[in-house]
Write a protein that binds this ligand. Structure first.
Ligand code: NAD
Ligand code: MG
Length: 397
């Protein structure tokens, strides 16, 4: 890689953020850190800032910003707090910006990063799901580029022949199937947050781990793939691949299928975007083909995982429908983690919100925020009317 790149990490204290920071710390000559952002995690941010020496640190939470400022008072770093500070971090000029805030909270900062016409490494899939057209327009207008970090999209990006798009038949997203791949519906109905948080292959933040268990993660990824690769819903297939070695595939019209493989380790997709168009040296452990055992593929079970059909329907509807799906899911996942609803209620709540919300065109950000607010309220009211899960009621009694 030529010269030193300036980089910023939005959501530095999270799972993807930490992985990114670890790669940066291993190559201090290649990267200079402009800004890091976090939310509440003071000790995590202080540790990262001491290691990476950023010029600017933003904490979405004001109180946390005060504590970080105090703890870093011996360093030449500017620490600011609040949503505005996170936006400022995204607006500060940098050659490469990692967008790894979780949920719709990441949308405004990611759009701000896109507007500065730089390379945006996108982990925050929710922002593309909610406002895909606005995001791709912002990237185009700014003159920068979006590089996908999500392992499936990163895999497709590596094997997708952009110069000969018309030779491509379809793309195939792989899904691990999560912790309930073989569980019965009854077992899923009684599943606790602790069980849903035990992902068999990947170590990730809580929200995406629950999304993997419901398969809303794959639903969000379908919509994400549609925007990233300009593909309609019926040209994106989903297959369950429990070993998480084949990260996704592109099927060509001549019958060839190209796959990207690797260990389930986010260091690789993050490194692909960080060093692009070059390649990093030894970003992750080697995959030993002779020891990895069988690779299997199966069709997803639509009955136990209704999230996929809901996402496909929202994608076909377009407009505000994907934003409705996303907001309802964010609220339902939080309620499930707080033990207010059962595991299967997550998809039921999303379905109810999709049924009740009329689909509108989405041409402006203000429409999106309005819909997001309305759906969050609606989902909360559905939750309040839902009976508490039987298993928790029994445990409490
Ligand atoms: P995480 O929960 O571990 O981290 C989230 C980050 O966002 C933290 O730094 C947190 O401080 C920040 N944050 C949360 N709420 C915020 C708010 N209101 N304002 C500002 N910052 C806020 O999440 P993660 O697992 O790292 O996932 C991040 C994103 O990457 C998600 O969109 C997820 O779907 C996507 N992703 C993650 C993985 C993975 O391996 N973890 C893989 C693919 C895609
Ligand atoms: Mg993924």
């Amino acid at each position: 890689m030529k010269g030193q790149r300036s980089v910023s990490i939005l959501g530095a204290t999270g799972s993807v953020g930490e992985t990114t920071c670890a790669l940066l710390a291993e190559a201090p000559d290649c990267f200079r850190v402009e800004a890091l952002t976090g939310n509440h995690n003071v000790s995590g941010m202080v540790r990262l800032a001491r290691r990476l020496r950023p010029a600017f640190v933003a904490m979405a939470d004001d109180q946390a910003a005060k504590s970080v400022r105090h703890a870093l008072s011996d360093l030449p770093v500017h620490v600011a707090g609040g949503e505005g500070a996170v936006l400022e971090a995204a607006q500060r000029p940098a050659d490469w910006i990692m967008a790894a805030i979780v949920g719709a909270a990441g949308l405004a900062p990611t759009l701000a990063a896109a507007a500065q016409g730089t390379t945006v490494a996108l982990a925050n899939k929710e922002s593309l799901v909610c406002a895909g057209h606005l995001m791709t327009a912002a990237i185009k207008k700014g003159g920068g580029r979006l590089l996908p970090v999500d392992s499936e999209h990163n895999a497709i990006f590596q094997v997708f022949d952009q110069a000969q798009r018309d030779t491509i038949d379809r793309i195939i997203l792989t899904a691990s199937g999560g912790p309930f791949r073989t569980a019965s519906l009854d077992a899923m109905r009684a599943a606790t947050p602790a069980a849903a948080l035990r992902h068999p292959n990947w170590d990730m933040g809580a929200k995406i781990t629950i999304d993997s268990a419901t398969m809303f993660n794959k639903g969000l990824e379908l919509i994400e793939a549609g925007h990233l690769f300009d593909m309609c819903e019926d040209r994106i297939e989903v297959v369950v691949h429990p070993q998480s070695i084949v990260h996704s595939l592109v099927a060509y019209k001549d019958g060839s299928i190209l796959a990207q493989m690797g260990l389930p380790d986010m260091r690789t997709p993050v490194a692909v975007t960080l060093y692009w168009p070059d390649r990093a040296d030894c970003a992750s452990d080697r995959l030993d083909l002779t020891r990895m055992g069988d690779l299997t593929f199966e069709a997803p079970d639509q009955e136990r995982f209704p999230a996929l059909a809901l996402a496909r329907a929202a994608m076909r509807s377009g407009g505000t429908a994907p934003a409705v799906l996303n907001a309802a899911n964010e609220v339902a996942v939080q309620a499930f983690l707080a033990e207010e609803i059962g595991f299967l209620d997550i998809a039921a709540i999303v379905e109810t919100c999709l049924e009740r919300m009329p689909v509108e065109p989405l041409d402006e950000l203000s429409t999106l925020w309005e819909v997001d607010r309305t759906v969050r309220k609606m989902a909360r009211s559905v939750i309040e009317l839902s009976p508490k899960p039987v298993s928790y009621a029994r445990a409490a009694g």
